[in-house]
Design a protein around this ligand. Sequence first.
Ligand SMILES: C[S@@+](CC[C@H](N)C(=O)[O-])C[C@H]1O[C@@H](n2cnc3c(N)ncnc32)[C@H](O)[C@@H]1O
Length: 344
Amino acid sequence: MFKGVKLPQWLLSHPHCVMRSTVAPMTGTDPRTEDAAHWQSYWRQQQAGGAGAVTSLDQNRVFAADWDAFFLKESADRAGHRIIDLGCGAGLVLARAKAVPAFNENALLVGLDYAEAAARQTSNLAGPGSATTGVAAAITAAPFKDQVFDIIVSQFGLEYAGMSAFEEAGRLLAPQGVMRAIIHYKDGAIHQECRNNAEMVGAIRRSGLIDDTKRFFSAVQAHQQDAAQIMNTANVLRGNQTADVPARPVVQYVVDAVLRFVNRPQAFARQEVLHWLDGVAAELDVYAARMNAMVGAAMDEKMLQSVSGSLSAKNIAVHQLGPMYLGGVTAPAAWKFEARRRGD
Ligand SMILES: C[S@@+](CC[C@H](N)C(=O)[O-])C[C@H]1O[C@@H](n2cnc3c(N)ncnc32)[C@H](O)[C@@H]1O
């Protein structure tokens, strides 16, 4: 737990885990451990003002307006104001809750994310009124007692933690509480763009451009033949970029830089070029992993029907499940999912 309100003990199932602000332990063989590291590195970059756009789509404005309407509606008839955002990132959704007066006074706003850098950013959400508290933990191991949150929200968060994340959200949901999520739509507009991004960035790595350029600069004597081969790879990569997605300028930037280095190797300090290439390779790998995580997280209707079935068995009724669209895009962008716990 970071700066922000001190969470009451009665809310916590194992307070020490939260108080130490550790990421809830996951086994080394769990692929999510690696995913957590990628997200951690992404949110660190964000904090430093880096990290490029995920999609070219106008999603933030559309989703923010949707959350505004939801929080306004909920503020009218909700006595308790305990809100948690699962997979909160930098707290975009909680910031919308804070904009509603009822949730900006005496509310408990908690953001949970397994990337500590994200939980920290959520704790630092600016503005007067209710403080927000970031908790670094996995969604499937949320350190809270049963049925303690009146409102549970998630924007592209739950689905990353798999189907059991919905059950965990259900466990946390208070009687008459509402849970609401915006979820990646399998084969939808955002999914498609992430897939294109991953493909483009993956193509650079598979082409060997960076490794070959490193070998070229590491050699005692630069070989013209190797330079010709690298230039050829670079030109093929450039020619293959047809999709107009955010990864495209990234790929162009890398290809252009490599061509500059290889065209005039004597103009650059060898160590600096090698260092730059290592940094770029690492960034591209993190970016591709994040895009692939998004692609893998996307859900189809059948999966969400199955989630509805298991929630229903726990006395939680799904009453809204449908596609959301972004302006000017015909393919659905996301799922809107809303469920309420019946009075126990
Ligand atoms: C696509 S981002 C969305 C962030 C934020 N909700 C937003 O809309 O800006 C997904 C977030 O979920 C977090 N996440 C993914 N899997 C998680 C898990 N198993 N437990 C906790 N957080 C997770 C990531 O660290 C990341 O911050």
